[in-house]
Design a protein around this ligand. Structure first.
Ligand SMILES: [Zn+2]
Length: 374
């Protein structure tokens, strides 16, 4: 995600902070400072750090449970609205998704109970907000209550929050992933709209005051639910397909010693936009994209070799790679296309983004693809 930077690494997972989260800390501290001076500002920051730790523990609940099912998590990002652990892939088994989604709120519940127990042990009040102590006990009280709110909020059946994921997993056990996601996304978007109206003050007369943060969360949730539904549609539409079914087999490959002028000729001659670049033995050396070609032309001139303008090290895809993995690698490469090689390493095709979109459109329209043989 843009605007985020790494602050550390725990057990193979990068912990990142989004800049807006830091902005929130600064804003909060400044607000406390103007009201209560330096002491209040320090206390506000300490409170946020404690909250930050709780959110991180919650996320590691998800991460450790995911790891039990062999799903790795490259990073976790802390945003003002909470944490976001990025799973390398979604588990296919609904039961696994259910457990992964439930593990975070379970951690939050344990934290809240532990703080509650501690407050009880020292005889501090826990139930009356008006008795909030401004000192150290007050901080523990605050953190406990925030965890309670966090827990309830996360358990709302609003996709893609934990409660929504749990709902999707429960539905998927009976209805399959695709229908379950559609329903869960719709419930989530409906819930997001309600949250948004609440935030805008539509329910003020029933005691639900307006709150701009709620509006922001609602907007985020609404779009995230739509994005998740779309991604599941894509993945399920491509189920059972491999790279072999999707790739282009009629294409031009350029030798490393070809000139950029020759590449321009090839570009103009057909519809191909990306060209695999191969060495004398047919091994893929890189990919020349249209943008790379244009940049190379203006910087090096038409006489330069394509080798100098190509993107080197475009990792070729094996023919038999399943669709969803190919899509992921294509996304990770940042390239508009990737070469496809057979078992012997010979270049046999090209998988482009346009290709993928076309095939999915055809499939979603309910047309048999690839065409049945015979
Ligand atoms: Zn969570």
């Amino acid at each position: 995600m843009q605007w985020s930077f790494r602050i550390g690494r725990i057990g193979g997972t990068d912990v990142k902070i989004h800049l807006t989260f830091l902005a929130l800390v600064a804003w909060w501290a400044y607000g406390a400072y103007t009201e209560g001076g330096t002491g209040a500002a320090v206390q506000a920051v300490v409170f946020l750090l404690a909250l930050f730790t709780c959110v991180l523990l919650h996320e590691f609940g998800h991460i450790l449970m995911a790891r039990r099912f062999g799903v790795r998590t490259p990073d976790v990002i802390l945003l003002p609205i909470g944490g976001l652990a990025r799973l390398e892939r979604m588990p296919e088994e609904p039961k696994q998704e259910l457990l992964i989604a439930a593990a975070g709120p379970a951690v939050t519940l344990v934290i809240a109970l532990a703080l509650f127990g501690t407050l009880r042990l020292v005889g501090a009040p826990v139930d009356d907000a008006s008795q909030l102590d401004p000192g150290r006990v007050g901080l523990v009280q605050q953190v406990m209550w925030v965890n309670v709110v966090l827990l309830l909020f996360n358990l709302l059946p609003i996709f893609p929050m934990d409660g929504g994921r749990m709902l999707r997993a429960l539905l998927a056990m009976r209805l399959g992933l695709r229908r379950a996601t559609r329903i869960a996304a719709r419930v989530g978007q409906g819930g997001a709209l309600l949250l948004g109206f609440w935030g805008l003050g539509f329910f003020e007369r029933w005691g639900f005051g307006s709150n701009i943060v709620l509006v922001l969360i609602a907007a985020f949730v609404y779009f995230a639910a739509g994005a998740e539904a779309a991604s599941v549609e894509t993945r399920t539409a491509g189920r059972g397909l491999t790279v072999r079914d999707l790739m282009i087999t009629q294409f031009v490959a350029l030798p490393v010693f070809a000139t950029l002028q020759q590449a321009v000729d090839a570009l103009v001659a057909g519809e191909q936009r990306e060209f695999p670049v191969v060495d004398n033995w047919g091994k893929v050396e890189g990919l020349l994209t249209r943008d790379g070609l244009i940049r190379g032309l203006s910087a090096l001139g038409g006489g330069a070799s394509v080798e100098r303008a190509m993107t080197p090290g475009a990792e070729p895809l094996p023919l038999t790679l399943p669709f969803d993995e190919a899509l992921e690698r294509l996304g990770r490469s940042g390239l508009p296309a990737l070469p496809v090689v057979d078992q012997a390493g010979a270049l046999v095709g090209l998988l482009t983004r346009d290709n993928v979109t076309d095939v999915l459109l055809v499939r979603r329209a309910g047309i048999q693809f690839p065409p049945r043989a015979g």
